[in-house]
Structure formats: C-alpha cells, structure tokens
Write a protein of this length. Sequence first.
Length: 158
Amino acid sequence: MNPQVITIVIVIAGLVIWRRRNSMYRPIKGNGRRILIPLLFLLPAFSLLFNPEFKLPVSELVAALGAGLVLSIPLILTTNYEVREDGQIYAKKSTGFMISFVGLVLLRLVALDYLSDLDPNELSGIFILVAVGYVIPWRIASYIKFRTVYMGNKQVSE
C-alpha cells in the first residue's frame, strides 16, 4: 500500500477526531443548520457520475452507496446532543463515536488494499460513493437529533 496515501488518511482522520473532540466543549450555535453545511462539500462528488472515464455498473454504484449507509449506522447511533447547565446545546462526549470513526478509517484502508487492482478512477469513485453514502445519512440524522434537543430546550426556556 502506498505510504503517502496512508499518511494522508491518518492526518485527515486525526484532524477529524481533533475537531470532533474540541466541538464537545463548545456549544452549537444557531438552530443547527451548520450541521448540514458539510453536505455542500459533497456536491462536487456527484460530478463523478457524469465523468466518461468512470464506468461502473449500476449494481456496484448501489452497493457502494449501500455500504456507506451501513457504515453510517454506528456514527448515527453514537452522535447525540445534550443541554448543559448553561442552557446551551453541546455534542455529547462519546468514546463510541471515536472508536466507530477509527474503525471506519481502518476499514477503508483495508478495503483500499484489497481493491487496489481496480482502475484508479473506479477505485476513487467507489470510495467517494461510500463516503457520500455514510456522510449524508449521518449528517441528516445528526441534524434531526439536534433539532429534537433544540425544540425541547426552546419549549423549556419559554
């Protein structure tokens, strides 16, 4: 496996974990729409479907999205929000989330090694579709969970 790829994946995973741990100590501002902003960064991924060099059967596209959906389940289950003493909403501290995320990264590295004989365009396309398949459901579920806490907190404060 390419050491540069492993280094990049580890650095990105480390940054995500660092950001997530720091966010547990800061309140979430506003009404939660900021939780959905990372979905905008996924929009360029959909241009992949129109790339003429990207030739995967529909069944493999559906399988990649389905795998992403399955991988989103631990992230969804371990992402929760709470109202603390100051009346602000925070992400709950969750070791389970960190373990799930690290497991997801390790699973992707193993899959990268296993699928390394594929065309690079197809391989990157599969990994992008898997990422889209788990980020979109996770972020939407996180937003719904946040809004539930937000509306409950709003009713209590009135």
